[in-house]
Design a protein around this ligand. Structure first.
Ligand code: IVH
Length: 699
């Protein structure tokens, strides 16, 4: 408590200092409003900080100039023992809720309003204001003579709690109103937390918990975090929560007879509050009749997920204040307003199991199996845990009570675990080291987030992808074997593994959907033709991770024979140019799986053959070590032919132009790649230039 010495006569500060202080405050108010409310700052943060410090210094030197509405006084109060009670001069009402989705909620409300007002179908539509229903907590802000004097929670609607100290820390809430504000005004609105601020808060909480801090926890949702922040006895903690505010109504206000303003409509009130510096959501709109309310409900439903904060519905209010008065209340709910909700996006449920699914490319994904729960408009029974790190970070365990979120079309997610509900001894989840589908080893490579099944050719989950890859025109090439067909064959169990392709008979093929005799015969021919292949194509076709076309060619050239590649040690593999530790490891893992070897043997047994050669020493190659980019249409060579030729000459073909590109081969209608090459000053050649390079004796 500061003591006042009534006898001391401090000499008043020179007028210029008082003016400086007042100018600085006005400037800081203005900049804070631009920054926090309008989100369009006009000065850099450093300049704001400088002005702020200047004001702090002046106030420290002249404490008699300090006022509670100074921008320096947002955080300053001491922790309280408890909150004082506040009796609301005008009760804080709640709103009736319509939960039915789509049109009926808005339609029912309009019908009730029209009936209440005695309107006939011949009368024009009622004008409403449509607003968002913010998911936070209601707050009443009392200003006297333009200064924020009290902030109170709703409580039971009659008596709330005095949380002024905490509310002062909210930068969006003005501490002082402009001169045209009435002597007494209570502004009502919602204190809430933006999703990004909520995420940042929880991230900080997780760090604290990881560092062993006692009594810390993460928050379930932005509303709980906001409510917790408002109810902190220590305003310094509340200040760290980064709360926000939207105004949507009034409590007590100086009546017009005593010089207060007179509003005719709710819309006008909102616009005036905005002009006094209060944040009002941009999505507020006037709506004529039920049709426009329905349109608003739909529009906001679609926009919901892209808003930076949570809403749980929209609110409709009769715009005319005279009509509002005429309609009045029923049991604490005004007849002139309704909340029209959206389906909740978060629900609690329990984890029944954690399964591991194998994707088409062999990726293992942990998935939480949930007790069915209706969330975001659908019944959810599964939620992905993405990968090992994510599953660990969230630490979801079987039996846990979890919060599940489904927003829009986004796949359902486990947001967090309610740790206090965890059953004792629930074991931590670990990724299996074996593929749950085929039993092959599952490995996680360095620097990768995912575990992958190494049983590429054998694994049931990867069948379709493996067959398509094998049949690709740059692999073994089975003309006409596209994804629709492969899908059908695998689903109908006509083929299970690659060798089955060559065991297909006419009858099996012709029995497939939309497969005419002629196409069945054509496919059989294409399969027969594909048996005669080359070692690089076959090797590439096996779909070994990290073994692309160029690597397959290098391996074939280096070892000459498939068996030599299959049996090569890691060291031997590393001797191949183009093969690094990752590729070598991948080859070893692949050929260590007995079923992969078996698939290779069966394919050979089915008649797939290629010419084998002797291990070759590298011939001097004209393009070795060079990277080329091919762009546009070449006069005689196709893109694939040109690529083959470049690779056969030891060069590499890249997809995009960079400083590392040695040559850009440009054909007709070359576009941005050519431009970029010109910008970088690279060597640009045409098809003739390429052919000349290929025949030159050395690179
Ligand atoms: S108006 C007389 N407008 O929803 C009507 N309330 O159940 C008083 N809310 O306690 C409230 N957004 O916390 C109103 N745009 C909005 C709102 C809104 C959220 C909350 C508020 C209120 C509850 C009503």
């Amino acid at each position: 408590m500061a003591t006042l010495d009534l006898f001391a006569q401090p000499s008043p500060p020179p007028a210029s200092i008082a003016e400086q202080v007042s100018d600085l405050r006005a400037a800081l108010h203005e900049h804070a409003h631009r920054y926090y409310v309008l989100d369009e700052p006009s000065i850099p943060d450093s300049e704001y900080d400088r002005l702020f410090k200047e004001l702090q210094a002046l106030e420290a030197a002249h404490p008699e100039l300090l006022t509670s509405d100074s921008p320096t006084q947002r955080v300053g109060g001491k922790p309280l023992d408890q909150f004082a009670s506040v009796r609301h001069k005008v009760p804080m009402l709640s709103i009736r809720t319509e939960t039915d989705t789509e049109a009926s909620g808005a339609q029912n409300f309009d019908t009730r309003v029209r009936k209440e007002l005695g309107l006939t179908p011949a009368d024009p539509p009622v004008e409403y204001v449509a607003e968002l229903k913010f998911d936070g907590l209601a707050m009443s802000l009392r200003y006297e003579h333009g200064v924020l004097v009290q902030a109170a929670t709703r409580g039971d609607g009659e008596v709330g709690e005095d949380v002024t100290q905490n509310i002062r820390t909210i930068n969006q809430i003005p501490l002082r109103l402009p001169a045209d504000a009435p002597p007494v005004i209570e502004v009502r609105g919602e204190v809430y937390m933006r999703r990004a601020d909520f995420e940042a808060l929880n991230e900080k909480q997780r760090e604290k918990i990881a560092q062993g801090a006692k009594g810390e926890k993460t928050f379930v949702n932005p509303r709980n975090a906001a409510a917790g922040g408002v109810r902190q006895l220590d305003p310094a903690i509340a200040a760290q929560r980064r709360l926000s505010f939207f105004a949507y109504g009034l409590g007590e206000i100086t009546p017009p007879e005593q010089g207060g303003p007179s509003f005719n409509t709710h819309y006008e009130l909102l616009k005036t509050l905005e002009s006094w510096g209060f944040p009002v959501a941009a999505q507020v709109g006037r709506a004529q009749g039920a049709t426009e309310l329905i349109a608003f409900h739909q529009r906001m439903g679609a926009a919901r997920d892209s808003l930076p904060y949570d809403i749980d519905g929209v609110v409709y209010k009769v715009n005319s204040l005279a009509l509002q008065r005429q309609m009045g209340f029923v049991t604490r709910e005004p007849r002139w307003a309704v909340a029209h909700k959206y389906p909740a996006q978060e629900q609690l449920t329990t984890v029944l199991a954690i399964d591991v699914q194998v994707g088409r490319t062999g990726k293992l994904t942990p998935v939480a199996k949930l007790a069915p729960v209706f969330v975001g408009g659908v019944t959810v029974t599964n939620a992905t845990l993405h990968n090992e790190d994510e599953a660990r970070r969230k630490d979801v365990r079987v039996g846990d009570t979890v919060i599940v979120r489904r927003a829009g079309d986004v796949i359902p997610e486990v947001v967090s675990v309610l740790l206090d509900k965890r059953v004792a001894d629930a074991p931590q989840f670990t990724m299996p080291r074996q593929c749950p589908v085929c039993g092959s080893a599952a490995v996680r490579e360095e620097g990768e987030a995912d575990y992958r099944c190494t049983g590429g050719l054998f694994c049931g989950a990867q069948r379709k992808e493996a067959i398509l890859h094998f049949a690709h025109r740059r692999a073994v090439e089975v003309e006409g074997l596209g994804d629709k067909l492969v899908e059908q064959m695998v689903d109908a169990n006509v083929i299970r593994t690659l060798p089955d392709l060559y065991k297909l008979g006419f009858t099996a093929l012709a029995s497939l959907d939309r497969m005419a005799d002629k196409s069945a015969n054509k496919l059989l021919e294409a399969l027969e033709k594909s048996k005669q292949t080359t070692l690089p194509r076959f090797l590439f076709g096996l779909g070994i991770r990290h073994v692309g076309e160029a690597t397959a060619k290098e391996l074939a050239r280096h070892f000459g024979k498939l068996d030599a590649i299959m049996d090569a040690t890691e060291e031997q593999l590393l001797e191949v140019s183009d093969v690094g530790p990752i590729v070598a490891q991948s080859l070893r893992t692949f050929f260590e799986q007995p079923h992969n070897r078996e698939v290779v043997e069966q394919l050979r047994a089915c008649g797939v053959t290629w010419e084998e050669g002797e291990p070759a020493a590298r011939a001097p190659q004209p393009l070795s070590g060079k990277t080329l980019v091919i762009t546009g249409t070449l006069p005689s060579l196709s893109r694939d032919e040109a690529k083959d030729m470049v690779e056969a000459a030891g060069g590499k073909v890249a997809g995009s132009v960079s400083k590392k590109t040695d040559y850009v081969v440009a054909g007709a209608e070359a576009g941005s790649k050519l431009l970029k090459a010109q910008e970088l000053g690279l060597a640009i050649i045409d098809e003739a230039g390429l052919l000349a390079l290929l025949t030159s004796s050395s690179g």
